[in-house]
Ligand binder design. Structure first.
Ligand SMILES: [Zn+2]
Length: 421
């Protein structure tokens, strides 16, 4: 008591001083914290800007480095994690991309939109890694919550086509069209044609026929379905119906006539009415005299019929119109040999050997340039439908003097070689 009475004013003064010091210190700390926070924010902002610039410059490594700095300063920003995940996917570091997207999904309190975005990205990771089934399941999950998401539908359509689930591919493309996506009847018809061929393999011919009919009702110009419908008739033993289906192609889409010539050749042979093939081909040639394939098939037929002279004339035309057709040159050589025109036959075989290494493909994708020897309705490279076209044969040109000399030298050399062999 005494102590307080004696030292009271001092103690009070000390307490007040203490409080003032504490107050001042707290303020100083707070200010320092604020400054530190401001500095961190500044660093974060700069790293973010640099990261975005690197993304724009396509420098993925530098972008990842900068954006990693951002999340080290502020781990709350989900957008940066999305950017990082996508950068890792683009770089092919799928494991890391998957981990990032899975972590986003596990975040507590995440709103549904962001969660769906994370699932979508996860599915893209699976797709890139080639885990098609997992990608499909994840996209389906997103679609079950976000029923009109066109991006998801496009991805799913692509994947179902990849795994040849034509039924699902068809229904998702229909949904996509209903949801306001581009309605592509030609693609829908192709999918029905694919489904039909699958049924044919399973020997379910009547289901297959329904598919081809459906394809043609969706897109009456679907050559894919018309060709297969012909095959189906042939399988059923109805050769005449097959011929009718294929002949229709020549009428409605003469640019695809080359796809039916050899089919018609077989069908007429089965009917024992090969002369009708000759008539059909001659009719085609009246309108399209520059069709090397029609000349080729006609030449081959005339040769079989025992008319080598007629065959040689047609095959020469075929070779003239398409000098790169090895098949036509080979048949021409054979016909010339049969006629005992040995030197001419040798010339043909020599040209054939000269062209063997040129490897010119018959078809090319108009979108990505892929070359192929087979007519495909969907490009395996850019995955577009109906972009593959027949490559126009090169313009026939006469040999230049130097080429002639080179050929003669080559001939002389090969003769030398045979002499020494
Ligand atoms: Zn392509």
């Amino acid at each position: 008591m005494n102590l307080l009475a004696t030292h009271g004013p001092w103690i009070a003064a000390a307490l007040i001083t203490g409080l003032v010091i504490a107050f001042l210190m707290t303020k100083a700390i707070h200010r320092a914290g604020k400054r530190k926070k401001a500095d961190a924010h500044e660093l974060e902002k700069r790293a973010y800007v640099r990261g975005v610039n690197y993304i724009l410059e396509n420098d993925h490594d530098a972008a990842i480095e900068e954006l990693t700095k951002v999340v080290q300063i502020n781990s709350e920003t989900v957008e940066i994690y999305f950017a990082l995940g996508n950068l890792f996917r683009r770089k092919g570091e799928i494991d890391r991309a998957i981990r990032i997207h899975q972590n986003i999904i596990l975040r507590p309190g995440l709103d549904e939109k962001t969660q769906m975005q994370a699932y979508f990205n996860l599915a893209m990771d699976y797709k890139k890694a080639g885990f098609v089934k997992r990608a499909v399941a994840t996209f389906e999950e997103v679609l079950s919550k976000d029923r009109n998401n066109r991006d998801v539908m496009s991805e799913l359509a692509e994947l179902y086509e990849e795994i040849k689930d034509w039924e699902q591919a068809f229904s998702i493309r229909q949904r996509l069209a209903k949801a306001g996506g581009h309605k592509e009847d030609n693609v829908l018809a192709h999918l029905q044609a694919e489904l039909g061929r699958q049924k044919m393999k399973e020997n379910a011919l009547s289901s297959a026929k329904k598919c081809f009919k459906k394809a043609l009702s969706i897109d009456p110009a679907c050559i894919d379905a018309m060709l297969s419908m012909g095959e189906l008739h042939l399988d059923e033993g109805d050769v005449r119906a097959a011929i009718a289906a294929w002949t229709r192609i020549m009428r409605v889409a003469p640019q695809f006539a080359n796809l039916v010539f050899s089919r018609l050749e077989q069908a007429y042979e089965r009917l024992g009415r090969s002369e009708t093939l000759e008539k059909t081909l001659r009719e085609v040639l009246v309108k399209h005299d520059k069709d090397p394939n029609a000349h080729f098939i006609l030449g081959r037929y005339l040769y079989k019929k025992g008319d080598p002279v007629g065959a040689i004339a047609e095959l020469r035309k075929a070779v003239e119109l398409n000098p790169t057709s090895l098949e036509a040159r080979k048949s021409l050589g054979t016909a010339l040999l049969a006629e005992n025109r040995i030197n001419e036959a040798l010339d043909e075989y020599r040209s054939l050997l000269d062209r063997l290494d040129q490897g010119r493909k018959t078809y090319q994708c108009a979108k990505c340039g892929l070359e192929t020897n087979e007519m495909l309705w969907k490009c395996p490279q850019c995955r577009s439908w109906d972009t593959i076209r027949a490559v126009a044969p090169p313009e026939p040109r006469p040999l230049s003097n130097s080429e002639e000399t080179a050929n003669n030298t080559k001939m002389a050399k090969s003769e030398d070689a045979s002499t020494f062999a």
